[in-house]
Ligand binder design. Structure first.
Ligand code: CP
Length: 311
């Protein structure tokens, strides 16, 4: 597998062939992880630094686990106790880590484009772990892997992404990936939470959940990203749940075997009802988390090999 760059900054730059190759490799890691044979030598002697300027449970932990399972030395930078709190800039922080000969730098930042900026300044391979409202490529890859494991393909599936599309990097990366792989993508939400012109990405827009979920194969609920909202975009969380919260009645409009997904963290009773989130016959939310480790192992593996080839 040959990536166009030595970094993973977004889905936008990936060819469908790269996406399939990532998913195939991640599938093999998923099987290895389930077998308990997780220790590999792929990253032995390599250093992975997790640099998270925003909170995270799933992404940070799974990159740490993925790096350790592949034999890397893994360091988690705590930004709140680092010299960032003394005013050190993002670029100076990255230059400092670069001087320690870090090989892989996993970055989450509230500013769109921050990982791309770092990628121009450091020798390490940079992986975007979520930048503002821009992209979250490994989340889209793990979502795709989860779907493919259940449906066998992404092509031809109808996938409804519901809720706060406007502020969601998960929505953006998923739309780019799923359209590239031949899915029919619908975005469903109130007009205030759907960016104007989003149709140019090839998606259909719905403001009524009953229409948007009808005969869907996959229903993906997204959290209201209140930390990125300025002003009141919804009347109240309670009203949002009434019209756009994924509950059993709304899910009944999708196909009988439709899967329920959520990238997490969930706000129960806001964008998703507990009965639906915890229904093991429909919800694959826990499996998404499991696939997150496998996908991140595949990404670290490929980027480390790309760096070796370019050395
Ligand atoms: N889905 C996701 O990015 O979760 P975290 O914020 O917990 O990493």
């Amino acid at each position: 597998m040959r990536l166009p760059t030595r970094h993973l900054l977004g889905i936008e730059t990936l060819h469908p062939r790269d996406i399939s190759a990532f998913l195939d490799l991640a599938e093999s890691y998923a099987l290895l992880n389930r077998s308990g044979k997780t220790r590999r030598d792929v990253l032995r002697g390599r250093t992975l630094i997790n640099l998270f300027f925003e909170d995270s449970t799933r992404t940070r932990t799974s990159f740490e686990l993925a790096g350790k399972r592949l034999g890397a030395d893994v360091i988690n930078m705590s930004v709140s106790t680092s010299s960032v709190s003394k005013g050190e800039t993002l670029l100076d922080t990255a230059a400092t880590l670069n001087a320690m000969n870090c090989d892989l730098l996993v970055v989450r930042h509230k500013a769109s484009g921050a990982p791309a900026l770092l990628a121009q300044k450091v020798d390490a391979a940079v992986i975007n772990a979520g930048d503002g409202m821009h992209e979250h490529p490994t989340q889209a890859l793990l979502d795709a892997l989860t779907i493919r494991r259940h449906k066998g393909t992404l092509e031809g599936l109808t996938i409804a992404i519901c809720g706060d599309i406007a502020h969601s990097r998960v929505a953006r990366s998923n739309i780019l990936l799923l359209i590239a792989m031949g899915s029919q993508v619908r975005v469903v939400g109130p007009p205030t939470l759907i960016p104007s012109g989003i149709e140019q990405f090839g998606v259909s827009v719905f403001h009524d959940m009953r229409e948007g979920l009808r005969d869907a194969d996959i229903v993906m609920a997204l959290r209201l990203q209140t930390e990125r909202m300025s002003g009141g975009l919804i009347p109240s969380a309670r009203e949002f749940f009434t019209f756009y919260g994924l509950d059993a009645a709304k899910l009944a409009l999708a196909k009988p075997d439709a899967l329920v997904m959520h990238p997490g963290p969930m706000n129960r009773g806001v964008e998703i009802d507990s009965q639906v989130a915890d229904d093991v016959t429909r919800s694959v939310i826990r499996e998404q988390v499991e696939m997150g480790v496998a996908v991140r192992m595949a990404v670290l593996d490929v980027l480390a090999r790309t760096a070796l080839r370019n050395a």
